[in-house]
Design a protein around this ligand. Sequence first.
Ligand code: CDP
Ligand code: MG
Length: 201
Amino acid sequence: MSHPKKERTLVVIKPDGVQRTLIGEIIGRFEKIGLKLVGIKMVVLTEDFIEKHYTLNPEWRRITGEKRVKAAREKGEKLPTEDPFEITAVILEKLKKYMTSGPVLAMVWQGAHSVELVRKITGGTEPRSSDVGTIRGDYVIDSYKMADDDGRAVRNLIHASGTVDEAEKEIKHWFKENELINYRLIAEQILYDVNLDGLLE
Ligand code: CDP
Ligand code: MG
C-alpha cells in the first residue's frame, strides 16, 4: 500500500468559477492546507466528455437522484418525478450545457486524505445549504429550487472527486500519465517527516 501522502484528487473549476475570477482564491485554499498541485490545465469540454465524466461511477445516477429527492422532501418541494434515474437524466443534460459554456480549469491535488479534505473545503453540492467557510458556501448563491425552476444546472463553482475510487477513475479520464508531475515540495517535510531533523543549525 502506498503512503497516504500519495493520495490524489481531481478538482475542476467550472465555467462560473473561471468567470467569477475565483481561480486564485480556490487554488490558494488547497495550497494553504498543504496539498501539492501535480497537474493543471485549462480546457473547453465536449458534451461526450462530460457524460463520461459523471457516469464513471456507475452509482452516480442513483445517488444524485436520491440526493435531490431527499432535499426536496426536507424543503417540502414537489418534484415532477421521484424516480432517481429520471431526475438524473435531466440533470445530466443541463450539466452538459453548463460545463461546455466556457473554459474550465482542471487540477490534480496530492496529499494525505486529499479526497476528503478537498470535499470538506469545497462544501456540499447546493450552495444554499453548503457550510459557511466552504468555497461553495462563501462565494456563490444558488439552490436546487432556483436552478430547477429556471431549467438549468446548479452553479456551484467546483467539481471535486467524491471518493478515492472516483478520483482514480476521474484523473485517468482527464489527464495523461505524463501530464502529472512527481516532484518534492519543500513544505512536505514539515507535514510528513517522522523525525523533523535538519531544521536547527
Ligand atoms: O458536485 P457534487 O459531487 O457535489 O454533486 P453531484 O451530485 O455529483 O452532481 C454533480 C453536479 O450536478 C453538481 O455539482 C451540480 O452542478 C449538478 N447538479 C444539479 O444541477 N442538480 C442537482 N439536483 C444535482 C446536481
Ligand atoms: Mg459528484
